[in-house]
Design a protein. Structure first.
Lengths: 280, 259
């Protein structure tokens, strides 16, 4: 209940800021020493929010389907790509983290490259992936690979921290039980890493959405929300509200993914919900 | 057969490097079956190191450790001892019952057996009604009792404790000391108990082993023969004599009489 109120308050604040700025802002934008410090507030750059909402209900092209249906379909397409990328990325991240925890030398040798992998610009990499992968898999799959490439990173780094998080006494305890590496992993390190894993998964979810959207754009994959944003932005001069509908869709997609990821958490973090302390 | 036999044990950390530390030098110690022995000494005297060597958590530089007639390594593999540390170290994602079940799980016991044994141990430490709670819901003293129950779950012939009550307040401490004695008497477990509290060592032990630092070695072994281990014992003249003897041994003044 409280959460819903906060969410509504957040939306209200956004609406007030947007429409408020439109009301008082300079339609040509504020330029200071030749640098535009505040954006244009005219209808072309910032359409009224109700215009955007109303645009959702009207047909995409004359006589076509309403925009909202097109956007929901595009979002579902991209959601599929994101999900595939997220799953692949999370698995790769998990395996890397386990390997790095197991072998010190792997951690030393691999971790710099894991970090380096994220400094390569995605727009440079995406066409390469599309080029290599295009011959062996459908284009949606290459986009998934790009999404996975972004998603594996937070999981690998977060999970490594989590696997290394148990106190020395816990590790010694497992040793005193004559538990080997595998059983220590299953009984101690994995459960102990969950509080690190879930925030990492949430980041990975967001990264997978970005990867999917950018991947669609740079590989020219049709059918997804990323492609739709590009298509609609070409019409921005004649129909400025249209591109905002697509952006709204992309934002909602991000929220849905974040929500789905946090659903994973519920059954696994039961112990975190009990806080009251009994004393005896 | 002795529960623990340590002979000419030496442990050097970072051997051959500039930060080399001789933690233990030529230590001999025998703990008889059913005996309760405390290790006491200043920080850095190697008492925790000695306990870890007996537990085979670290390997000795030279010398041997025998636990119940077997090498320390074999004893660890057979879970021939239970261990408890200063921090309870419970797994926060497991309920109290599941925490106590952990060593049984790793031994491959069936679900029903695990539950029965773990419940019995919780009964022993007086926490049966908290079986379904999570560790974060318990006070420090209760958590430490769960840790003791966990250490005893496989019914080991030997219990190793590293300042288990060190982080607790005085009142909880004294109550747990009495409970521990009751449990050890009931189960017939031999115990090695590391502490830095003289009164705790004397009250609990059949024998107090005094250690000194740099290099870590055993300087005295003081037998304690209290008639009973209750509140009256804490007031008895013999108790105070032993406390004095341990204190003198810790200070390094010549030992006169300990009986």
């Amino acid at each position: 209940m409280k959460k819903t109120l906060y969410a509504l308050a957040g939306i209200t604040i956004f609406v007030v800021l947007w429409e408020g700025y439109k009301l008082v802002g300079n339609p040509e934008g504020t330029v200071l020493f030749g640098v535009r410090v505040l954006p244009r507030a005219d209808d072309l750059s910032m359409p009224h929010l109700w215009t955007v909402l109303e645009r959702l209900g009207r047909p995409e092209l004359t006589g076509g389907r309403p925009v909202w249906i097109v956007i929901v379909q595009a979002c579902l397409f991209t959601l599929g790509i994101t999900a595939a990328g997220f799953v692949i990325g999370a698995l790769v991240g998990l395996l890397l983290a386990v390997a790095m925890q197991r072998f010190r030398i792997v951690e030393r040798g691999l971790l710099p490259y894991v970090i380096l992998s994220q400094t390569v610009p995605l727009v440079a990499l995406a066409p390469l992936v599309a080029g290599w992968g295009g011959t062996i898999m459908p284009s949606w799959a290459t986009v998934s690979v790009i999404a996975a490439y972004l998603a594996f990173f937070p999981v690998a780094v977060g999970m490594l921290r989590g696997l290394q998080s148990p106190a020395a006494s816990g590790v010694e305890l497992m040793r005193s039980y004559a538990a080997g590496w595998w059983r220590t992993l299953v009984k101690l390190r994995f459960p102990a890493s969950l509080p690190y894993l879930f925030p990492a998964l949430r980041l990975a979810g967001a990264a997978a959405v970005v990867g999917a959207v950018v991947g669609e754009i740079s590989t020219g994959t049709r059918g997804g929300i990323g492609r739709l944003i590009i298509e609609y932005s070409r019409e921005a001069t004649s129909d400025p509200a249209k591109v905002y509908t697509a952006m709204l869709g992309a934002a909602l997609l991000g929220l849905v993914v974040a929500g789905l990821v946090s659903l994973l958490e519920l059954p696994l973090m039961r112990h975190r919900r009990h806080v009251e302390v009994v004393t005896l | 057969m002795s529960a623990v036999l340590v002979s000419s044990l030496t442990k050097i950390f970072n051997q051959g490097r500039t930060d080399e530390v001789v933690a233990l030098s030529d230590v001999d110690l025998e703990i008889k079956s059913g005996e309760f022995v405390s290790l006491i000494g200043p920080s850095g005297c190697g008492k925790s190191t000695l306990l870890r060597l007996i537990a085979d958590l670290i390997a000795p530089s030279t010398g041997t450790v025998t636990v119940a007639g077997k090498s320390a390594d074999a004893a660890r593999r057979e879970q021939a001892y239970g261990i408890a540390f200063q921090q309870a170290g419970l797994f926060e994602w497991r309920t109290v019952l599941k925490n106590v079940e952990l060593p049984l799980e790793l031994r491959g016991l069936s679900k029903a057996e695990r539950k029965a044994k773990a419940s019995e141990m919780l009964e022993l430490v007086g926490l049966a009604e908290f079986a379904g709670h999570y560790p974060a819901q318990l006070s420090g003293g209760m958590q430490q009792r769960v840790a003791i129950a966990r250490a005893l779950a496989v019914r080991p012939p030997l219990l190793l404790m590293d300042e288990p009550f060190g982080a607790l307040d005085e009142m909880t401490r004294e109550r747990l000391q009495s409970e521990l004695l009751g449990i050890c008497a009931q189960t017939g477990t031999s115990t090695v108990f590391v502490t830095h509290s003289i009164s705790e060592a004397v009250f609990l032990s059949d024998r107090v082993v005094v250690m000194s630092a740099r290099p870590g070695r055993i300087t005295a072994s003081i037998p304690v023969t209290l008639d009973s281990r209750d509140e009256a014992a804490r007031q008895s003249p013999h108790y105070f004599e032993c406390v004095t003897a341990v204190r003198q041994a810790l200070r390094g003044t010549p030992l006169t009489s300990a009986s």
